[in-house]
Design a protein around this ligand. Structure first.
Ligand SMILES: Cc1cc2nc3c(=O)[nH]c(=O)nc-3n(C[C@H](O)[C@H](O)[C@H](O)COP(=O)(O)OP(=O)(O)OC[C@H]3O[C@@H](n4cnc5c(N)ncnc54)[C@H](O)[C@@H]3O)c2cc1C
Length: 418
């Protein structure tokens, strides 16, 4: 069976690796960019994704460049502690959480694809559209624009892993337009600074208007500093109208100024922002959940299918789950059509439910409650939010989002047994 994947991002490359591991050997990956440059800043791979990377036999390649955060802690805008919870194996999962540079992850995956599948990645191939069942053998014809003109590729299955501005998605939902924003602007960067707290904690501080997230992205280096990923977030007039481009760099100083008062005894936020090489601006956008992903022998995967707000750090992890599920279903179904239908039946409802959670406040509700009930801060959080209420919010999100430790640890494997 010939399978064409559009997009060599995290989802597309993992789909190629998952299909190869499931026994497919005729795979092409078509990427719009002229070169895979490994762009972005930090992302998180949650235990449900790390399980899949482990069962694919590639987790060590990724873990070599990653940090395992052991806790997630929430603070108010004065740096006072609201809630803290263990993460990864410390939270009872059999697999850790990994924080990793997206660009590094993409390059590691590219190299693994080359090693396991050979030279199957074709750069400078921008998917234009797919006509299902269009060739004489009933295969799909995927049309690409390249520097050398148009090119048509016949395949039994075409996978649109072409990101938030997916061409395959636009073909089937032409009226959709630009991704909608909730009015927040994100500024992402990697700083080099001394470790904060225990050096393994991901923190979130602030409220619904101004928020700061930071987590370590590598080990402490000889000079005592480590790479620290951060995301500063603010509700701003005009922020929503900016185009969703991943690589727009903006000056550092105005962003640091917005957080001028955020000098906690355990972290100097403006100093951290100032130590970043560059800051990338991105509007907080997602896509509406879709009623259908599969059209003939073509389907959507990753952000192309379900781009969601980064609340809960689930974007890349969901692409990993899509990739592994798709490979498993295609390998175990009688026909490609059945395999695609089984993939969509499993992944679309799951990601639609999670998408709804990311549009709500999710686990970050504790920060909003603290700001609402104690806008000037508190002596102890339990004076403003009862311990049971804090527990309920954290557990409720994990249950609703489907990654409670018990359910992940007990779920059967997606590995196709040869
Ligand atoms: C340059 C870049 C930087 C990013 N940085 C971050 C970050 O710092 N933090 C974060 O949380 N998320 C980031 N993301 C998004 C994150 O990678 C995804 O949310 C998640 O990993 C799901 O991956 P995906 O493969 O579905 O989408 P993506 O990782 O976005 O990959 C989509 C791929 O498809 C390619 N493509 C697009 N259109 C076409 C087409 N018509 N034909 C062929 N190929 C096409 C793109 O060039 C890209 O390589 C970034 C994405 C990109 C593209």
């Amino acid at each position: 069976m010939r399978i064409a994947i559009a997009g060599a991002g995290i989802g597309g490359l993992l789909t190629a690796l998952s299909l190869e591991a499931a026994g497919f050997d005729d795979i092409g990956v078509y990427e719009r960019s002229a070169e895979i440059r490994g762009l972005g800043v930090g992302i998180n791979l949650l235990p449900h994704a790390v399980r899949e990377l482990t069962e694919l036999g590639i987790v060590d390649d990724i873990a070599a460049h990653a940090v395992r955060p052991t806790s997630l802690a929430y603070f108010n805008a004065f740096g006072q502690s609201i809630w803290s919870e263990p993460r990864g194996t410390a939270a009872g999962y059999r697999w850790p959480q990994l924080s990793v540079h997206r660009g590094r992850l993409q390059l590691v995956l590219r190299d693994l694809v080359r090693e396991r599948l050979g030279e199957v990645i074709r750069t400078d191939h921008r998917l234009v559209d797919v006509r299902s069942g269009a060739d004489a053998a009933g295969r799909a014809l995927a049309r690409f624009a390249t520097g050398r003109g148009a090119q048509e590729v016949a395949a039994d299955v075409v996978i649109g892993a072409d990101g938030i501005h997916s061409a395959l998605r636009a073909q089937h939902y032409p009226a959709e337009g630009a991704p909608p924003s909730n009015g927040l602007t994100l500024w992402r960067g990697v700083a080099r600074a001394a470790p904060f707290l225990d050096g393994r904690t991901m923190i979130m501080a602030g409220d619904g208007e101004l928020k700061f997230v930071a987590y370590p992205l590598g080990p402490v280096e000889a000079d005592g500093r480590m790479p620290i990923n951060f995301i500063a977030e603010r509700r701003e007039a005009g922020g929503a109208s900016r185009a969703a481009e991943w690589n727009r760099a903006v000056p550092v100083e105005p962003i640091a100024e917005r957080f001028a008062d955020w000098r906690f005894d355990w972290l100097d936020v403006p100093a951290l922002i100032r130590s970043a090489d560059e800051i990338l601006e991105y509007p907080m956008v997602d896509r509406d959940a879709l009623p259908r992903w599969t059209f003939g022998n073509a389907t959507l995967l990753g952000d192309a299918a379900h781009a969601m707000y980064p609340n809960g750090s689930n974007g890349a992890s969901q692409a990993v789950l899509d990739a592994r599920t798709l490979a498993h279903r295609l390998a175990t179904a009688a026909t490609p059509e059945e395999g695609l239908a089984a993939y969509e039946a499993e992944r679309r409802p799951a990601t639609t439910a999670l998408h709804a959670q990311t549009r709500g406040t999710g686990p970050e509700r504790v920060m909003l409650l603290a700001a609402e009930r104690a806008p000037q801060g508190f002596a102890h959080i339990h004076e403003v939010i009862a311990p049971e209420e804090l527990e309920d919010i954290a557990a409720g999100y994990k249950r609703a989002a489907g990654f409670h430790p018990e359910s992940l640890n007990a779920r059967s494997s997606l590995t196709v047994r040869g």
